[in-house]
Design a protein. Structure first.
Length: 451
């Protein structure tokens, strides 16, 4: 197990520090170079297709942005430059900036393979990467589908999980679809996805338009058996077990706790995605929307539920699994929400949250990730990324013997890991949650609705 602040020690202990650190440094350099060359191409395109320079100078610049010995096929910008860029995408003409970006993504995969040799050593994943590298995207998709058919989705996604976002970005930058280029660039240059997803390139605004529910919450009387089984230990493993017991059917659990100092605090426990589409805001559409945007029907429904139970000014710990973790971060990033409540802790389990930031600088965030779980990398940053997280974040990552997705993503599996496999991560989070540990005076459930 590693955490974001002790990667160097762990790498040194395993004899991997020089290779990983040098590869990560090279990845960042290549990403910076790709960005700078792209901006140079944009400026050269503006001058070449404008009227500010003499014709001879403009022709020279035009050759520079269209010649393989210069910037490659590199028109960038609006108008004619945009038409030129689209022509290059449709005809698979690569620019120097894209070449640098793709080289950086390949280096990231090589760095990931130091601790996950199955990425390059497994013949099936090697075939996928080789097909993408040789600009045979259709074949890469076919190979991936054959892995799904022969070995099952569990093994395929688990094998590719450490570099899944990088592979998608690589494909986006080299395929014939111009809509997903922006997403590819975001991942390649170390940013998280905010504009569009990297497969088809459907923009975040489209997802927001489709997922416009106001969110609604109604008090729910839980089954007596559930109430009796709820964990009241105040540990992170216990909270994750609770989330697993509550399930993904649109139920929110809030526990009121009298802490060791006598103060009443509240632990909000948010479950993950329920299904493809339904009346719950925890559907696939809501999940895709939540990754890119902070306000969703799920976050609005949770806010309305809390207003029915939790007094203004109260301290909250938001504990969420998968989509629940994203929603926890979305609430912590909402300034209006943070003016009503003090969000002091966010614990995200198996969630893609790395691109989000809490509104209150005093809020601490802990991300818990199984490295074979593909979900946490869906916003563009993997658990083996060369880019560090900010000081507010602590990230713990590990592998277990399942090597299977979605088994390794399940709340129950994360609870098992925290209880038995990663004691240092559990101890750290439990220490963070110490003010919230005490006598549970109320456990209330709410049914959440999209509309």
């Amino acid at each position: 197990m590693t955490d974001a602040k002790s990667d160097a020690m762990t790498a040194a202990a395993t004899g991997q520090e020089p290779e990983i650190s040098s590869l990560h440094h090279m990845c960042r350099l290549l990403a910076d170079a790709a960005h700078d060359v792209g901006e140079a191409a944009r400026y050269a395109s503006e001058l070449a297709l404008g009227t500010r320079l003499p014709m001879a100078a403009r022709l020279t610049l035009l050759r520079t942005i269209t010649d393989r010995s210069g910037l490659g096929w590199a028109p960038r910008g609006r108008g004619l430059a945009r038409i030129g860029r689209l022509a290059g995408v449709f005809t698979s003409r690569e620019s120097l900036a894209v070449t640098l970006a793709v080289t950086g993504l390949k280096a990231r995969i090589r760095a990931a393979a130091v601790t996950h040799p199955e990425l390059l050593g497994d013949p099936d994943t090697a075939r996928v990467l080789r097909a993408v590298e040789e600009d045979r995207q259709r074949e890469a998709v076919g190979v991936f589908r054959s892995i799904l058919g022969n070995k099952g989705a569990e093994r395929a996604f688990a094998l590719l999980a450490p570099s899944f976002a990088d592979i998608l970005a690589w494909n986006a930058l080299t395929d014939e679809n111009p809509l997903n280029d922006g997403a590819g660039w975001e991942v390649a240059t170390g940013r998280t996805l905010t504009g569009a997803e990297p497969i088809l390139g459907i923009g975040a605004r489209v997802w927001a338009f489709l997922d416009r529910g106001p969110g609604r919450a109604e008090p729910l009387v839980p089954d007596p058996g559930l109430t009796e089984r709820l964990d009241t230990s105040g540990t992170i493993a216990g909270y994750v077990r609770n989330i697993g017991m509550v399930g993904t059917g649109g139920t929110l659990l809030v526990q009121e706790v009298v802490g060791p100092d006598g103060v009443r605090r509240y632990v909000v426990q948010l479950a993950g995605m329920a299904g493809v589409r339904g009346e719950s805001p925890q559907d696939l559409l809501g999940a895709v929307h939540a990754v890119a945007r902070p306000a969703t029907p799920y976050s609005r429904a949770v806010s309305k539920a809390l207003r029915q139970m939790v007094p203004s000014g109260s301290e909250l710990a938001l504990v969420g699994h998968s989509l629940g973790g994203i929603t926890a971060m979305n609430l912590a990033a909402d300034r209006d929400f943070c003016e009503i409540y003090q969000v002091t802790r966010v614990i995200a389990i198996g969630s893609p949250i790395d691109g989000k930031r809490p509104a209150d600088p005093r809020t601490t965030v802990c991300s818990l990730v199984n490295e074979h779980d593909v979900v946490p990398s869906l916003e563009g940053r993997s658990s083996v990324s060369p880019y560090a997280l900010p000081d507010q974040f602590t990230e713990f990552t590990w592998t277990d013997d399942t090597h299977a997705f979605p088994l390794c993503h399940a709340a129950e599996r994360y609870a098992h890991n925290l209880e038995h496999d990663v004691p240092a991560a559990s101890a750290h989070v439990d220490a963070e949650l110490a003010p919230f540990r005490g006598r549970v005076t109320a456990s209330r459930c709410f049914r959440l609705y999209d509309r």
